[in-house]
Design a protein around this ligand. Sequence first.
Ligand code: GAF
Length: 390
Amino acid sequence: MLSTTVAAAFRQHYPATPLLVRAPGRVNLIGEHTDYNNGFVLPAAIDKEICFAVALNNQPEARLYSVDQDEHYTLNLQDVQPGNTQWANYLKGVVAGFQQRGVTVPGFDCAFGGNVPIGAGLSSSAAVECGLAFALNELLNAGFSRMELALIGQQAEHQFAGVRSGLMDQFASLFGKADHVVRLDCRSLDYEYFPFDTATCHIVLCNSGVKHSLASSEYNTRRQECEKGVQILQQYYPEVESLRDATLDQLDQHREELGDVVYRRCSYVVRENQRVEIACQHLTQGDLAAFGQQMYASHAGLRDDYEVSCPELDVLVEIARETPGVLGSRMMGGGFGGCTINLVPTELVDSFCERAAAEYQSRLGLHLETYKTSIVAGVEALPAVATSGQ
Ligand code: GAF
């Protein structure tokens, strides 16, 4: 078990009995690139997770150990700055978030590791941020709400990883509920859970294996393009504070001034927000086939208008579309690689995974990994595990 491995690694390097915490990755059924436009998202926490073992250490520094990289990092808590060790940056960003909120962070020891595939669009970085944020909140009795912890994680992403991400990933990791998806209104931060019955339909992920180096720079560019669209619209419609408030009509009226690229980015976001609303109605009615059609439409928008897909993801969606019985498929997360998310009736899951892998190999000569996921609870503390030496 993951927690046993991480607890054992902790005991190998540090003397104390640690607090154990698990922090899941996430899927997002629909609502992509809408979070930083104050729109709607529909994520869920999944059974791919990062485990943490953390204890205060009475030292002036934090000693960090990545079990997966087998690497140590010592953090001077008086001077927390981003550096060259990427995995440590996420943890440092969380420490900085506590400090910026007036919390004195004393020395601590931390070992962590997990099975969220890196660069697969399943938010391994948010799981790392949220796991440590939750553990420090407990150990320091800092009293932050889960939402504040999510905001600390998001801030870490902005300040220490250079990605101006929205709140979806951290929210999903902290607010996940078993067998439910959750719709978040990224402006009001109101959220609503919807039951998702994996007895009849499974969420299957197809990992393209592509880790695109453009992901963070293009992500920030998309965000700027959306902001530019809002600035232009605001001259005519002062009530438009973000793309959440804009309509397709307004965009059409000012199409020339917006220019082709910004127009397409903005119209994608407006349509995607509408799709989330429609998809949630289908979910409430139990109409997963109609839900799946919204996913296909979402993919087409991400590919053609938002331009964050890549040929491998497009092929995977085509394979899903051609497979009888599959209800919906689209690229997921920031884009430029990572996974597609597929809605597959339970009895077809194995045959779909086999077919998708064979087709991916024959069309692109690439190996495909597939994951049949379960929807699990968000970040939580785990019971202590006995390790040798205890
Ligand atoms: C990444 C970001 F971290 C999220 O905030 C979100 O914008 C997503 O890309 C796209 O929907 O996962």
